[in-house]
Ligand binder design. Sequence first.
Ligand SMILES: CCCCCCCCCCCCCCCCCCCCCCCC(=O)SCCNC(=O)CCNC(=O)[C@H](O)C(C)(C)COP(=O)(O)OP(=O)(O)OC[C@H]1O[C@@H](n2cnc3c(N)ncnc32)[C@H](O)[C@@H]1OP(=O)(O)O
Ligand code: NDP
Length: 470
Amino acid sequence: MSMIAAFYGGKSILITGATGFLGKVLIEKLCRTSPDLKVIYILVRPKAGHTLQQRVSQIINTKLFEKVREVCPNLHEKIRAISADLNQNDFAISKEDMQELLSCTNIIFHCAATVRFDDHLRHAVQLNVTATQQLLFMASQMPKLEAFIHISTAFSNCNLKHIDEVIYPCSVEPKKIIDSMEWWDDAIVDEIAPKLMGDWPNTYTYTKALGEMVVQQESGNLNIAIIRPSIVGATWQEPFPGWVDNLNGPNGMIVAAGRGFLRAIRASPLAVADLIPVDTVINLTLAVGWYTAVHRPKSTLIYHCTSGNLNPCNWGKMGCQVLSTFEKIPFEKAFRRPHADFTANTITVHYWNAVSHRAPAMIYDIYLWLTGRKPRMTKLMNRLLRTISMLEYFINRSWEWSTYNTEMLMSELSPEDQRIFNFDVRQLNWLEYIENYVLGVKKYLLKEDMAGIPEAKQHLRRSFPVYYAP
Ligand SMILES: CCCCCCCCCCCCCCCCCCCCCCCC(=O)SCCNC(=O)CCNC(=O)[C@H](O)C(C)(C)COP(=O)(O)OP(=O)(O)OC[C@H]1O[C@@H](n2cnc3c(N)ncnc32)[C@H](O)[C@@H]1OP(=O)(O)O
Ligand SMILES: NC(=O)C1=CN([C@@H]2O[C@H](COP(=O)(O)OP(=O)(O)OC[C@H]3O[C@@H](n4cnc5c(N)ncnc54)[C@H](OP(=O)(O)O)[C@@H]3O)[C@@H](O)[C@H]2O)C=CC1
């Protein structure tokens, strides 16, 4: 019998960010391995035109939940959506709902965050810092709470090269920043943001570091753990390989390369590509929830969920495998032949941006305009180049994350739990994983049918002149 699966049986679990990438995989795995759990409360913000129930149905009626619908036919009853906006006071939760959450919750998984790199500092502080503080305050009023698991990022200390499983302080106290945000207007925030952020590259990583400090300072008597995943990618094994549903991180780049838009990117081919599959992150998260509640470590433990020190892969190897997968399974309606290069030379990148990105986009737009259609390629290319400029920081450096706590936890698990909640990234075969990843982008993100592969290959042959364009 799995100790972890048994632990979650009969429990009331509160999840924030449940409608996001990690949140969905977390709910799926929880319900599949512990169908006898009592209830999962999910804090969902209302969205125009969708009731809460519709938002839940949209998630659990997808392919991702196909297996779990069989194991847990009453899935709808297990998931209770609570209307909440983490940007509001008391999260705008009704009195009755708040009462129920406070009196029943056993475990909290805090996944909600803004993951945009360019978010305004005020908004990033509100969601990644202030909301975390408020949730901890709520947690402190929950008599049945056994564990509070906070999802951070391995890049919260990306200003350092070697990162241990400890919390590093930021120069300005988060409480001071939270207070200041109340009376600083946007102009002051804009002016002061670069000074506050120092050598953090964006508001996301900076506010996640502040969020960790808040967790440490407000932990009180709670049993808390922090998980720091690196770049979270498609599923490796569960519920099936290759599942992914957003354009974040590498996903958008795979789409752009596969459709022939992306030809060159400033990256160090030998830098470590610290990717980690989303199911690995969730397996570790559930194991940490169990360990924190049952073993109650004396201090807040931090767990790095990274691949670089146990099973490293570099961007060069990854890029080659992505390109070779496109040969076998091309994406539909490609603009050009998929072919891209990583280059470390800034001048070469400027050259390729002009010749291979901007110029073809302009020529294509002129063609669209001449044939009476709306030009759109230049806009799309500009957006792609802007996205690349934000990702460049992460693909031109390597970091070393120590994984003592994560390895310690692995050794605490029974053989059965090591199998069911596998987070041993040493077993990952990168070439196989990347191929399934690209296939998953095609199937689950772009919603392309595998039956269309011959047509996609023919499309590339038909557009012969464009096929070999720079
Ligand atoms: C040797 C051979 C080499 C060959 C190489 C070829 C293969 C290449 C593949 C290999 C991959 C290599 C690169 C990988 C780089 C990975 C780095 C990742 C770093 C992560 C570090 C931290 C990890 C974390 O902790 S958190 C998760 C990461 N967060 C993010 O990734 C968020 C990043 N995104 C943003 O911050 C914003 O989206 C931003 C600023 C990039 C763009 O903002 P903007 O306001 O312009 O757009 P949006 O409102 O977001 O979207 C508008 C619109 O565009 C669509 N869209 C968004 N992103 C993309 C995209 N990347 N590609 C395509 N389309 C995109 C979006 O869906 C919207 O569409 P609508 O239709 O308008 O809704
Ligand atoms: N994806 C990655 O590569 C990595 C992610 N992480 C961390 O993992 C966690 C989850 O990330 P991920 O799943 O990728 O992020 P997503 O952007 O996919 O999901 C974010 C979630 O937060 C919710 N949310 C945002 N704002 C609010 C709000 N005001 N009130 C209520 N809910 C809100 C979103 O709800 P809605 O659906 O309404 O928008 C969504 O459910 C984050 O803490 C992130 O920092 C760490 C490392 C890497």
